[in-house]
Design a protein around this ligand. Structure first.
Ligand SMILES: [Mg+2]
Length: 418
């Protein structure tokens, strides 16, 4: 008979973990570190399930504390009920708890796996693969604020970064995050990246800041390369549909198909070929599996999106990647830009461009309490940072379609708390 456990406590701790260098993107920058909220759900028999959410601080911690009145005394196995309890689509229309639900779902699955002595992927259908392949995920970067190393601004620096990532981790898929510089410069950069590794595949993501005409121009110019897809060249399903009509490269998104309503709209009148599933933004691992099943039915592609993870979230991405049959692309992860992690054993290791799916019970990762303390102290010292601001361009406001590009000739370093 199944042992019934009950949720007894929920705790949240905000941490910040340094990156090798600040990562630039179309709307701003990760200022040299990630801020994440680590969630612990404890049961009456002493099990602790782990969850993780992007961002943090007082309001995030208070939100998880507020969930205690909903969940204490409940059976963590009742995940479908939990969805309606805290993120009912009509009751929760304006409080937007999807990401909170996701972190709690991770923690409950972790508890169930420990209680039943099974890895999460075995609860969710069983693993189809033992390792999940990842893309190199190259960014334009400011130099590390302390050492001055790690800048990626010139095309030579970009190719050097990709070479070093391939050497260290074995990637055979390369992603470039663009939307920072003029599209003509980024086209040259992407071409250099794709042709530096003719055996490997490549993908480009300017975060939806181009006009449809600009996107068509770029898309047509890369048609001869070994592309996985062009990700979010424009924002909006209608713009994507226009681009798709004129470009012979699959289009992917993590911005315009991020829920089941949009997934249905895209299946009925297709604008996007590949949906990047994010275990946080879709509300958990299980909604991503459901969405992957819809895509399988319509023979639309799926891949795994990265919203800037530490080890707990990475574990959710690995368990997801293990069980979905139609994962035909390498997953994305920011993970290799991190300098450390808050899980026991430190950073998970890449082998030949892939990471092993954890085999222990639950998510298969444990908190390193010392690291949790160290990086929550670092958060208290440094605070948050505005993800949608560029420390190198104070006062800059990007628009869509954007024409306010950064200057690749500007080699000034930025000063950010680090
Ligand atoms: Mg993206």
């Amino acid at each position: 008979m199944k042992l019934i456990v009950k949720i007894q406590d929920i705790r949240a701790t905000t941490v910040t973990v340094p990156l090798e260098a600040p990562l630039r993107h179309a709307n701003g920058c990760h200022w040299g570190r990630f801020v994440r909220t680590i969630v612990e759900v404890e049961t009456d028999n002493g099990l602790i399930g782990l969850g993780e959410m992007g961002g943090g601080g007082e309001s995030a911690e208070a939100m998880f504390r507020a969930m205690k009145q909903y969940l204490v005394g409940r059976d963590p196995a009742r995940l479908e009920e939990m969805r309606f309890l805290i993120a009912n689509p009509t009751a929760s229309l304006y409080n937007n708890r999807t990401q909170v639900l996701a972190a709690l779902e991770f923690a409950c699955l972790d508890i169930l796996g420990q209680a039943w002595n099974a890895p999460v992927c075995d609860i969710l259908g069983g693993r189809l693969r033992d390792r999940v392949p990842f893309a190199s995920y190259c960014f334009f970067r400011y130099p590390n604020p302390k050492t001055g190393a790690g800048e990626v601004r010139t095309i030579d620096q970009l190719v050097e970064l990709a070479c070093s990532l391939k050497r260290r981790f074995g990637f055979t898929t390369h992603k470039l995050k663009g939307g920072v510089f003029h599209p003509d410069y980024e086209l040259e950069a992407y071409r250099a990246l794709a042709t530096a590794f003719p055996e490997d595949s490549a993908r480009f993501d300017p975060n939806g800041v181009w006009s449809a005409e600009q996107a068509i121009r770029f898309g047509q110019a890369i048609e001869g390369l070994r592309n996985d897809y062009l990700e979010d060249p424009v924002f909006g399903l209608n713009g994507m549909r226009r681009v798709r009509q004129s470009v012979r490269v699959p289009l992917a998104t993590n911005t315009v198909v991020v829920n089941f309503e949009q997934l249905a709209a895209n299946a009925l009148d297709t604008a996007v070929d590949v949906t990047l599933l994010d275990t946080t933004f879709w509300g958990g691992i299980r909604p991503c599996i459901k969405a992957a099943a819809v895509c399988e039915t319509f023979q639309l592609g799926v891949a795994v999106h990265s919203s800037g993870e530490l080890g707990i979230q990475l574990a959710t991405m690995l368990h997801l990647g293990a069980v979905i049959p139609n994962l035909s692309f390498a997953a994305d992860a920011h993970y290799h830009h991190l300098t450390d992690d808050i899980i026991e054993g430190g950073l998970m290791r890449y082998e030949q461009g892939a990471i092993r799916v954890p085999v222990g019970p639950g998510l298969g990762v444990k908190l390193d309490r010392e690291k949790l303390r160290e990086y929550s102290e670092l958060y208290r010292r440094l605070g948050g940072y505005p993800y949608d601001q560029d420390p190198g361009r104070p006062g800059w406001t990007p628009i869509i379609p954007n024409d306010r590009w950064a200057d690749p000739g500007d080699d000034r370093a930025v000063s950010v708390p680090y």
